[in-house]
Design a protein around this ligand. Structure first.
Ligand code: NAD
Length: 250
């Protein structure tokens, strides 16, 4: 018995990183998984390997959401789970951030989650209920210099999560957010394996003394997507090795 037997779950940004681990784990737990991404080759390879369906989906484009969800419903007859995972990060001070860069981040991170809820929410409700998990961030709960546009978009995702939970609860759709700290993916650790700089940084910053693993975030997304979290909706869940707990003077 898998925790997601009989479920059909779409994961955005699933070609690599946390989304990939979510797709793998959800498949292992019995779900029909839809791998959605703009990295078509990587996404198709993963889908083939794990027995999932691949759809091309730029999450910032409403017409692509409509096509993707129609494709999923045509293939499986329903969709009852969504993990809004796709996201991008850019480093800049706020005063140096070009408007185009700010808007690009908002379009993928914030508009992407909005469109996911808007397009998929009614279909999940029509399937008799289900779950939406939005990927916010540690920076959706607190500030971080040099990632202003990103932090703003991740704070917005926490707000969208709360409102969607209120509006969809009576249709049987639970909506929660994951707020990862530093996780070892191409996004936050691009030089992985090339040297110890980031390891040393996270040993110092993070109480548990290490960067997180994408598999650990996938297990939280699984918890929020299955019946183990049946009485939980509208909440952000921080997964950060204790980073947000405070500062240590020791
Ligand atoms: P990643 O860069 O490895 O994965 C992001 C995925 O999103 C990629 O597959 C990419 O192709 C896809 N993507 C980008 N733009 C897209 C678009 N417009 N439409 C569809 N897919 C698109 O990074 P990751 O760490 O796996 O990131 C996953 C999520 O976790 C993101 O939302 C990110 O902001 C969030 N997050 C990451 C960290 C971290 O430390 N890695 C921390 C907090 C939150």
């Amino acid at each position: 018995m898998g925790k997601l037997d009989g479920r059909v779950v779409l994961v955005t940004g699933a070609a690599r990183g946390q989304g990939e681990q979510e797709a793998r784990l959800f498949r292992e737990e019995g779900a029909e998984v839809v791998v959605a991404d703009v990295l078509d080759d990587q996404g198709q390879d993963l889908a083939k390997e794990i027995g999932a369906l691949y759809v091309h989906l730029d999450v910032g484009r409403e017409e692509e959401w409509r096509t993707a969800v129609d494709t999923v419903v045509a293939a499986y007859g329903r969709v009852d789970g969504l993990v809004n995972n796709a996201g991008i990060l850019r480093f800049n001070t706020l005063v140096d951030t070009p408007l185009d860069e700010f808007m690009r981040i908002v379009r993928v991170n914030q508009v992407g989650v909005f469109l996911g809820i808007k397009t998929t929410g009614p279909r999940i409700a029509a399937a008799g209920g289900g779950t939406i998990v939005n990927t916010a961030s540690y920076t959706g709960m607190t500030g971080m210099a040099y990632v202003g546009a990103y932090a703003a978009s991740k704070h917005a995702i926490v707000g969208l999560t709360r409102v969607a939970a209120l509006e969809l609860a009576d249709q049987g759709v639970r909506v929660n957010a994951v707020c990862p700290g530093a996780i070892d993916t191409a996004m936050s650790n691009p030089g992985a394996g090339a040297g110890g700089a980031t390891d040393a940084l996270y040993r110092k910053l993070v109480p548990l003394g290490r960067i997180g693993r994408p598999e650990e975030v996938a297990r939280l997304a699984l918890f929020l997507s299955c019946d183990d979290s049946s009485y939980i909706t509208g909440q952000p869940f921080v997964i950060d090795g204790g980073w947000l707990a405070g500062v240590s003077i020791g």
